[in-house]
Design a protein around this ligand. Structure first.
Ligand SMILES: [Zn+2]
Length: 703
């Protein structure tokens, strides 16, 4: 199925679920197209309808959700797990107790600065006997990881059989911390990276109910979000999804309200909010489908810049772009700079994978530095081209291809790092060699750990970051070098066709790569992901001789370490790809001109552990032999370089001679020598005398 078809089916498919649809409201869960080749057998159905009121006096969000969960798995579920990740940013959470630095110290945060997400009530909803009356029964909840409260467990009243769905109503209050980490509050700005009970993924491995750690960020279930925000009238807001109604404060009309057709339906009232907003307040309704998270941010100070990317191959609608930045950082963000970088990034990504599948992308200026990705949104502390490229890359590598970042962070962080380097490699030649050199330095300190290691098993965020991001990026770069540019691009497009808007694993990527390239790549993924393999190619002995038509150069290439990759050897402008697994191989080049350099991996496709020995200058022939030659006749006892052979000079230097006196005749005695041959006399007697007196010197006449 082509990307175009995937898209048409997505938009056309306002399908209703077949399971017992309770009469609470129109809670049909939109189905997403299953790409023809997707090997995922099922995907849980998730639908959130949320009302939330930001009460700035209390710095708190009060919210209610109607949450519908369709069990498409073959298992019967007797409980649900949700993540309440705001609870990581307070004392005694797993995160806070990890004591990791340099992540902020949440263990010692005073109460007014802490984050929280506190459930107030959970109820199961079901249709009454009459059909339309709602029967609501309270449910208990508990925190199995106490004192951590980032995972909440809610036992169900009745088992949820395969194909059945359940609807809950959840009430809670939430507040970000003033100490920023991904989420934050400061002044009247709220970065709601987390803010609602987010259903934990249930997949082939069961519940991924996972306390939040500093390492690893996300894994979520795809679903739809219908979110009504009640805010102060002067707030400017950016969020996952499109604006269906209300004024987000942008000063321009949203253009994508009809992206989802009539599927959002009429506004559903949950009873938390009054019929209409109080004076000085407003309501903004956002809607999104096929996303595994919903993030939003608001500040009355935000300056909005909007743009769009015109329809392109396989995409018949524009992509709406939004930038929300704070005053004072205009030099980085304003006048279309951030918009231009988003456009560059999205066009690059669409070219490499396929059409962007969501209606808009918002790039918002968060309180914390760095950046974090969410579906349809990046929260960035700055607007540098590298940061925007990296975070936008996550729209694909994590957003559209939704991997489990706790288990396989390289699959999104390594991928995004790779995509960023790839996007900039034309502007910054040498980017790969440079990043490889930096890695070799780091790894010299015994830093390596298998890239596939689960995020929380890394001892530190730094090590996790290095292995998942930096080294992970080279897995993609090495695969690109291994299969070649064209095949690699075909792999990415096929990966998109098979897996867009689905959960992905190493196996999804590996099998796609194997199918497209026609190669067994098991060894490659094992070697680079599941071991700390090292690879060190080095230039060994080089021989060169004249031939009738020019020069013949023989280059020995040695391989150390337990890993193997094909490598390119460049000599005299000619590239030769070496596929041998021998520890030592000799490669012969015949060239018209004399090559002066042998260079391994000229374009930086291999994670070589000591790049310094990848290059060698080739000295003119004969010199190498001569370097070892003995003097043919016995030497004079002389300090005059002109009377010595260079072999003696070599040996004297080796023995400790450090000075060469260059007599210029500038310091000469006068007197009886003012006669013919004065200079020679002075030089020949004076210089050797000084040299012998110094004991470590030679005389070097000017010729
Ligand atoms: Zn990232």
């Amino acid at each position: 199925m082509t990307a175009v078809e995937v898209r048409r089916e997505r938009r056309g498919g306002a399908a209703e679920i077949a399971a017992r649809v309770i009469a609470v409201a129109a809670i049909a869960i939109p189905t997403t197209a299953t790409p023809a080749l997707a090997q995922e057998s099922w995907k849980q159905g998730v639908k959130y309808t949320i009302e939330a009121r930001l009460e700035e006096d209390a710095e708190t969000l009060r919210a209610r959700a109607r949450f519908t969960y369709l069990n498409r798995s073959p298992e019967t579920l007797d409980r649900l797990f949700f993540h309440q990740y705001l609870n990581a940013f307070r004392p005694n959470s797993t995160w806070a107790r990890s004591g990791q630095r340099p992540t902020p110290d949440f263990q010692h945060l005073a109460e007014p600065d802490q984050a929280f997400e506190r459930l107030l009530a959970v109820r199961a909803l079901a249709a009454g006997a009459g059909g339309s009356d709602i029967v609501s029964r309270p449910l208990r909840w508990s925190y199995p990881g106490t004192p951590d409260s980032t995972v909440v467990e809610i036992p169900l009243l009745d088992p949820l059989e395969p194909g059945e769905e359940v609807t809950l109503q959840l009430d809670w209050v939430a507040r970000p911390s003033t100490l920023c980490r991904r989420q934050c509050r400061g002044g009247r700005q709220y970065d709601f990276a987390q803010w609602y009970p987010r259903i934990a993924p249930f997949d082939e491995d069961g519940w991924e109910a996972h306390a939040l750690y500093p390492q690893g960020e996300f894994y979520g279930s795809f679903g739809s979000y219908d979110v009504m925000l009640d805010l102060a009238a002067d707030q400017v807001v950016g969020a996952t999804g499109v604006v269906l109604s209300g004024d987000p404060g942008w000063g321009v009309e949203p253009t994508q309200q009809d992206f989802y057709g009539d599927r959002p339906g009429a506004e559903q009232r949950l009873g938390l909010l009054q019929i209409s907003p109080s004076p000085g307040r407003k309501r903004v309704r956002f809607y999104a489908e096929d996303v595994h998270h919903f993030a939003w941010t608001t500040s009355p100070d935000y300056i909005h810049e909007g743009g769009e990317i015109a329809p392109a191959d396989g995409r018949d609608r524009p992509i709406e772009l939004h930038v929300l930045y704070r005053p004072g950082d205009e030099d980085q963000w304003a006048d279309g700079q951030a918009l231009e970088r988003m456009t560059f990034a999205l066009e690059f990504l669409e070219d490499r994978f396929g059409p962007f599948l969501w209606p808009q992308l918002s790039n918002v200026h968060r309180l914390e530095g760095g950046g974090t990705e969410f579906p349809m949104m990046t929260m960035n502390g700055g607007a540098s081209p590298g940061l925007i490229m990296h975070e936008t890359s996550h729209q694909y590598a994590h957003g559209i291809f939704a991997n489990n970042e706790w288990k396989e962070a390289w699959l999104d962080e390594g991928f995004a790092t790779f995509l960023t380097n790839w996007a900039f490699e034309d502007r910054a030649p040498g980017i790969w060699r440079q990043s490889r050199d930096r890695m070799a330095e780091t790894e010299a300190g015994g830093f390596a750990k298998p890239i596939s290691t689960a995020s929380e098993l890394f001892e530190s965020f730094g090590r996790y970051n290095y292995m998942a991001y930096s080294r992970g990026s080279f897995v993609f770069q090495m695969l690109r070098g291994l299969v070649g540019e064209q095949t690699f691009r075909a792999i990415l497009r096929e990966y998109y066709d098979r897996w867009a808007l689905h959960h992905v694993t190493e196996a999804s990527f590996r099998t796609t790569a194997e199918d497209v390239s026609g190669k067994n790549l098991d060894w490659f993924f094992k070697q680079w992901l599941h071991a700390t393999a090292t690879l060190d190619y080095a230039i060994g002995k080089v021989e060169q001789e004249r031939t009738a038509r020019g020069w013949r150069t023989r280059v020995e290439v040695r391989r150390a370490g337990d890993a193997w990759m094909p490598v390119t050897l460049r000599v005299g402008g000619e590239d030769r790809r070496l596929e041998s697994r021998d520890r030592s191989q000799t490669v012969e080049f015949d060239t018209a001109e004399r090559p002066t350099e042998a260079l391994l991996d000229p374009d930086g496709f291999i994670l070589d552990s000591s790049p310094a020995n990848d290059r060698a200058e080739i000295p003119p022939p004969g010199l190498e032999d001569a370097l070892d030659a003995p003097r043919p006749i016995e030497a004079f006892d002389s300090v005059w370089i002109e009377e010595l052979t260079w072999m003696e000079v070599r040996d004297l230097l080796a023995a400790g001679t450090t000075t060469a006196i260059i007599p210029t005749g500038g310091i000469e005695q006068n007197g009886p020598y003012v006669a013919t041959g004065k200079h020679n006399h002075v030089l020949e007697s004076t210089c050797p005398a000084i040299a012998r007196e110094l004991g470590n010197a030679l005389c070097a006449p000017i010729i």
